[in-house]
Design a protein around this ligand. Structure first.
Ligand SMILES: Cc1cc2nc3c(=O)[nH]c(=O)nc-3n(C[C@H](O)[C@H](O)[C@H](O)COP(=O)(O)OP(=O)(O)OC[C@H]3O[C@@H](n4cnc5c(N)ncnc54)[C@H](O)[C@@H]3O)c2cc1C
Length: 376
C-alpha cells in the first residue's frame, strides 16, 4: 500500500516532538531542519505539566525520563510594597511539574530520531506552494500529502497561510534567563510577582535552577550592560542565600500572538507560529503539546479507518478543536499579567483578593487542574 507522505519543517521542540510522536504510524516522514551549528544555543529550561510529561513518555519510545526533573512543591509570591506574600502554595506527594533543559533535550530527541525511519534533511526551506502542496529548499522541491510548518514565531513563510491575521500585542518587555548553581536543599519551583515583572525559579536538577525574569524594556535597556549583576542582586534579595553562581544570560523579547488561521489546504502551522503567550505561567509549550496530542489522535483515527490523509479533514478538525482553548488560555495569561502589574486602583485591594483566593480550596483545585490539563 502507498505510504502517506508527510513533511515536518523545523528543528525546535515542536518539530522534533511532532516527528517522534508520528514516527510509529507507518507514515513516510521527511523532517527538514536548518543546519544550526552557527546559531545561538537555546539555554532555556521549560516547565511541562504532569499530564504532558505522561503523554511524552507514553508516545516517544526510549525517551530519557532522567532529563525531566520532577517538582512536588510550587510557591507563588506577590510583592506587596516590598513585602513578599506567599498567596498560593502547592506541596504534594505527587509530581506537579517537570523541568527540562531545551538544549540537552533537543540533542536527545535528535538521537532518538536516528533510530526511527524518519528522513532528516539539513536544509532551510525557501517557500511553499499551496496549489501543489510542495515544499522548496534551495536545491529541491517535493510534494506531500500533509505538511507541518514548525518554524517558530516569526517566519515570513506563514504569510501565505494566515496572512498574519492574529490577536497581537507587543509587551515591550524582555525575559532574561540563565542557569544558576545553588546549595539550597529541596528547592521547589517559585514564582514571584515583583513590581518590575514576574520572576520564576525553575529547578532542573538538585544543584541548578533556571531563572526567568520578565522586565519592561526600559529596565532591560537601562541595566543591559550589568544585567548579570542586576539579576544576581535581585535573586540574593529574594532567596537570601549568598552562594549563587550565574551562567550565561539570554534575553527574549515578549509578545502575545494568537493566530486566526491554523492551516490552508493541507499545510498546517504548529508551535510558536500559532500562539505565543507570556512566559509567566510556563504554558507556551504546554499548549503546543496539547495541539500535538490532538493531531496525533486525528491522524490515528483517519489511519484506522483507512482514509486518505491527503483528502482528510485533519487540518480543519485540528483548528476547530484547539483554537478555542489556545485563545482562552492566551487571553487568560494576558489578564493574569495585567492583574499583577502596578495599578493605582487595583493595588490597594490586590492583597485582599489574593488572600481570598488562597483560602478557597476550589480555586486552588481549579488552578492546579488548568495548569495540568488545560481547559479539558
Ligand atoms: C523565556 C521563555 C521561557 C519559556 N518557558 C516556558 C515554560 O517554562 N513552559 C512552556 O510550556 N513554555 C515556555 N516557553 C515557550 C516555549 O519555549 C516555546 O513555545 C517553544 O520553545 C517553541 O518551540 P518551537 O519549536 O515552536 O519554535 P522554535 O524553538 O523557535 O523553533 C523553530 C525552528 O524552526 C526552524 N526554522 C525556521 N525557519 C526555517 C526554515 N525556513 N527552514 C527550516 N527550518 C526553519 C528554526 O531553525 C528552529 O529550529 C518559554 C518561552 C520563553 C521566551
Amino acid at each position: 500500500m502507498k505510504k502517506h507522505k508527510i513533511c515536518i519543517v523545523g528543528g525546535g521542540l515542536t518539530g522534533l516532538i511532532s516527528a517522534l510522536v508520528l514516527s510509529e504510524k507507518g507514515l513516510d516522514i521527511d523532517l527538514i531542519v536548518e543546519n544550526t551549528t552557527s546559531k545561538i544555543k537555546d539555554l532555556r529550561v521549560t516547565a511541562i505539566s504532569e499530564k504532558n510529561m505522561y503523554y511524552l513518555k507514553s508516545k516517544i519510545k526510549n525517551i530519557n525520563s532522567k532529563l525531566f526533573y520532577p517538582v512536588k512543591k510550587i510557591n507563588l509570591f506577590f510583592d506587596n510594597n516590598n513585602q513578599l506574600k506567599n498567596f498560593l502554595n502547592f506541596d504534594e506527594n505527587k509530581n506537579l511539574m517537570f523541568f527540562f533543559e531545551n538544549r540537552v533535550t533537543k540533542k536527545h530527541l535528535f538521537r532518538l530520531l536516528k533510530k526511527t525511519k524518519i528522513k532528516v534533511h539539513k536544509k532551510t526551506i525557501k517557500s511553499i506552494d499551496l496549489a501543489a502542496n510542495k515544499v522548496s529548499t534551495s536545491s529541491s522541491s517535493k510534494s506531500y500529502d500533509l505538511i507541518f510548518l514548525c518554524l517558530g514565531s516569526n517566519s515570513p513563510i506563514y504569510q501565505k497561510i494566515n496572512g498574519n491575521r492574529e490577536i497581537q500585542k507587543n509587551y515591550k518587555e524582555h525575559s532574561i534567563t540563565c542557569s544558576v548553581k545553588h546549595q539550597i536543599k529541596d528547592l521547589g519551583a517559585q514564582q514571584f510577582f515583583l513590581k518590575e515583572g514576574p520572576l520564576a525559579i525553575l529547578p532542573y536538577n538538585k544543584k541548578k535552577f533556571s531563572v526567568v525574569w520578565s522586565i519592561e524594556d526600559r529596565y532591560f535597556i537601562k541595566n543591559k550592560k550589568n544585567i548579570s549583576k542586576y539579576l544576581k542582586n535581585k535573586l540574593l534579595n529574594l532567596i537570601k542565600k549568598n552562594k549563587l553562581t550565574l551562567g550565561k544570560i539570554q534575553s527574549y523579547p515578549l509578545k502575545l500572538s494568537l493566530k486566526k488561521n491554523y492551516y490552508k489546504k493541507n499545510i498546517i502551522i504548529l508551535g510558536d507560529g500559532l500562539h505565543v503567550v507570556h512566559p509567566l505561567a510556563g504554558q507556551g509549550f504546554n499548549l503546543i503539546l496539547r495541539d500535538i496530542e490532538k493531531l496525533d489522535e486525528l491522524i490515528t483515527y483517519n489511519l484506522k479507518l483507512g482514509l486518505s490523509i491527503k483528502d482528510s479533514n485533519i487540518p480543519k478538525d485540528l483548528s476547530d478543536s484547539r483554537k478555542p482553548e489556545n485563545l482562552l488560555m492566551g487571553l487568560g495569561i494576558d489578564t493574569t499579567r495585567k492583574f499583577f502589574m502596578s495599578n493605582k486602583y487595583l493595588d490597594p485591594i490586590k492583597e485582599n483578593i489574593l488572600n481570598n483566593f488562597s483560602k478557597s480550596k476550589l480555586l486552588k483545585k481549579i488552578t492546579k487542574r488548568v495548569a495540568n490539563l488545560g481547559l479539558e
